[in-house]
Write a protein that binds this ligand. Sequence first.
Ligand code: DAH
Length: 339
Amino acid sequence: MLEKIEHLKVEIENLTASSPEEVEALRIKYLSKKGEISALMNDFRALSGEEKRTLGAPLNQLKDFATEKIASLRESLENKEVDAAAFDMTRSAAPMRLGTRHPLSVVRNEIVSIFSRLGFSIAEGPEIEDDWHVFSSLNFAADHPARDMQDTFFIQRNPDVLLRTHTSSVQSRVMEKTQPPIRIICPGRVYRNEAISARAHCFFHQVEALYVDEHVSFADLKQTLLYFAREMFGPDTKIRLRPSYFPFTEPSAEMDISCNLCGGKGCSFCKHTGWVEILGCGMVDPNVLDACGIDSKKYSGFALGMGVERITNLKYQVKDLRMFSENDTRFLREFTAAH
Ligand code: DAH
């Protein structure tokens, strides 16, 4: 009987069917009351207790195996029918959904491209930094508040490891390794220990520019800024420089552009002043040049730094900074037309 069971198992394993009727015929042949497995079951009843003990399990397995096989034959035929009906050779291909560039990448690329037309090339530095490159080399006094834990994410003290709070750190990294002429643009992510809200985030993006050579003057800085503002915001854009203070530049200034929403007439966006602030800049402090191994008697330079989120908000009026990092595709798809 065991031989018969094994023989049937191989036979059933190799069964095929090309229509539901054929499947039904197979079911009757093996599993109906008069089928081959039922016949074996009847024989089984007449066996002695000893034989029943050895043959019971294989016989039951055979029955389960046949039931499953018939069910799977039936199922694969049903699937085939569905497939055939769904296949329409005349239908045009479904359009592929293309992703969009992130608005911050669009604006960063535009900033970089404007400066590269003036001969600046990209320089990058690490986001995980040390005190020297972020603060000390840039003329920050030991007790400058920006070094405070409340602004800076410190990872470790002694040796100090921190997240850079501005891309100005790339300036000192490049100046340490390169002698002038230096003309670099440094895009990158920066971190500050701020509570996250619509107007502030614990990380954001900056682009820094640095030009060091013989006889670089404030007039060069001003002309570069004017070129940048007009390329970025349109040919009618005006600029205004206000005196300011940064440890690494002397003199320092902040640059405003004529409000690109009202054209300078005054609106709620520019708080009715007609001007909006977009970046910080100045002549590189001689202390910074010397700290980085560049002869401040021979060379001078200018630097400027801007927030990419700020420029993006001006261009696209994004009201809530958090939108930039939430990856909501409804927001990102708004920028499909941007390049
Ligand atoms: N590092 C400044 C900041 O994070 C931005 C800045 C201002 C960069 C003036 C400069 C500069 O290079 O000259 O707020």
